[in-house]
Design a protein around this ligand. Structure first.
Ligand code: NI
Ligand code: MN
Length: 229
């Protein structure tokens, strides 16, 4: 029964029954929806979906503090390694690895992934992805990352049958609630957690718009307040 905490935008913290903590796409400094006063006390694993700053920028700070494993695509692992991050675990689409107490599969996403250096240069960040996380009770959760809906979500359903899916709904940089409803038709989850909305004014999609279009339960999480799944 993992505990899931939304930390605003696309940042999530999962706490397993063992106490192990998995952080997805840490965006801390500069994240307007990061919960005020929230403190990490332990990080065992970080999963990075792609190279954009609103998913990657918190990795180095957490890596310095907690020395977690960092799972990302090969190119992002190379970049992080050059910045001094140890324990990177490169993956690519379709691959599955046992990472601590969970099995992690990297999935494709329809997006982009360049890493922006402080001087404005864009460094190649490989392809954008998402993750299916299978817990020791057999259930799977799919974190789509930043993406549009794509037909191969039906393959993710066929291969992994995730009961819980985390979908971006903010529009403009990702799919909208209307497209997320199509994603839900392809993925057939029981529960949808919307993310990547409301952080900035341009991200206008809302969970209510999604809930009006789907039968699955849309869980609207409060940043910093854990839920048990
Ligand atoms: Ni992005
Ligand atoms: Mn993003």
């Amino acid at each position: 029964m993992p505990q899931i905490t939304w930390l605003g935008h696309s940042t999530f913290s999962l706490t397993l029954a063992t106490g192990e903590v998995i952080v997805i796409d840490p965006f801390i400094a500069g994240n307007p929806s990061f919960p005020t006063g929230y403190e990490f006390s332990r990080v065992d694993t970080i999963l990075v979906t792609h190279g954009h700053g609103d998913h990657l920028s918190g990795v180095q700070g957490l890596a310095e503090r907690f020395a977690p494993r960092v799972v990302a695509n090969y190119e992002i692992c190379n970049w992080l390694g050059a910045k001094g991050v140890q324990n990177t675990i490169p993956m690519n689409f379709g691959g599955t690895m046992l990472v601590g107490g969970v099995a992690v599969t990297m999935t494709p996403a329809v997006h982009s992934s360049a890493i922006e250096e402080p001087d404005g240069r864009n460094v190649y960040g490989g392809n954008p992805g998402g993750y299916v996380i299978r817990f020791d009770d057999g259930r799977a959760a799919y974190f789509a990352g930043d993406t549009d809906v794509f037909g191969d979500m039906a393959l993710i359903r066929e291969l992994h049958a995730p009961d819980l899916v985390v979908l971006p709904i903010g529009d403009v940089y990702t799919m909208s609630p209307r497209a997320a409803a199509v994603a839900a038709r392809l993925l057939q989850p029981k529960v949808i957690i919307p993310a990547h909305y409301g952080t900035f004014p341009v991200l206008t999609g809302t969970p209510a718009q999604l809930q009006a279009l789907v039968e699955a339960t849309v869980w609207v999480l409060e940043p910093g307040v854990p839920v048990t799944w």
